[in-house]
Design a protein around this ligand. Structure first.
Ligand code: OOG
Ligand code: MG
Length: 259
């Protein structure tokens, strides 16, 4: 094993255990300075460990596609993470608080993919490859102590992804998703208000960037998979027993409870 292979193996194992045990770890960047490609190699290996335990890949999440998120976390580059079936919660369902370290929730819009996507695509190609769009909740849970990280740290940590829930979807062609109102409430109290326009000025651009990442990192978004476009607003901590609802104008709402 090369030094680099050993680094990827060790960091992937460390982050995987932190996730499974819901126990925070120190940032990778405190002891090494990986490149972004090396950080994505750690992410891919940690996901491989989940697949070896029987999980399946169901899609991809984009991160830091809105200024609100970049400013909240002090990171200014777009990133992606991988989604597995075990991360998906039922709409209206509950996930146990004990599974997470310091969970936060954020409202997102998601794309259901119906044609393979990888590499450079046009906006029209992106639209043709989507069978439906829906409101989504992403529950993020950095595996790093105090939810603090550098760009490479968060990439290695699968971009903080932990759980997501999807609302019922509608055909994208029926909607102007470029600028829809977004609202998130916890236990009936509004906590964030925004617009899908906050996502790169146009959420379709997030899907175009997702396809570009897939091409760059050697995979294809497959029919049946889902892409989370990235939060339109800041993420908000959620306590045990609370219920979060995300609403996007013209789309059915989505909810999740932390049990
Ligand atoms: C990283 C994940 C960012 C988004 O929607 O922008 C993200 C984090 O904030 O911990 O999921
Ligand atoms: Mg997100």
């Amino acid at each position: 094993m090369t030094i680099m292979e050993a680094f990827v193996e060790d960091e992937a194992g460390r982050l995987f255990s932190a996730m499974r045990g819901a126990r925070p770890v120190e940032q990778v960047s405190l002891t090494s300075s990986p490149t972004i490609e090396q950080a994505y190699a750690v992410q891919a290996r940690a996901i491989q460990l989940r697949l070896e335990e029987g999980e399946t890949l169901v899609g991809m999440k984009m991160g830091f596609t809105s200024r609100a998120k970049m400013e909240q976390m002090g990171v200014s580059e777009m990133i992606f993470g991988r989604l597995t079936d075990a991360m998906q919660a039922e709409n209206g369902g509950a996930v146990p608080r004990a599974r997470f370290i310091h969970p936060r929730v954020e409202p997102e819009i998601a794309f259901h993919i119906c044609q393979p996507l990888s590499g450079e695509i046009s906006r029209e190609e992106a639209q043709r490859a989507v069978s439906g769009v829906c409101a989504a909740i992403e529950l993020i849970d950095s595996r790093y102590r105090d939810f603090r990280f550098s760009l490479t740290d968060v990439v290695a940590d699968n971009s903080s992804s932990a759980t997501f829930a999807l609302g019922a979807s509608l055909p994208a062609s029926d909607l102007a998703i470029e600028s829809l109102g977004v609202a998130m409430s916890i236990d009936g109290q509004p906590v964030q208000i925004g617009s899908t326009a906050a996502i790169l000025g146009d959420p379709w651009l997030s899907l175009i960037e997702a396809a570009r990442f897939a091409g760059k990192y050697g995979f294809t978004l497959a029919p049946g998979q889902v892409v989370l476009a990235g939060a339109a607003t800041e993420a908000v901590p959620i306590a045990q027993g609370s219920t979060v609802v995300a609403e996007i104008d013209e789309l059915p709402p989505v909810s999740l409870r932390l049990a």
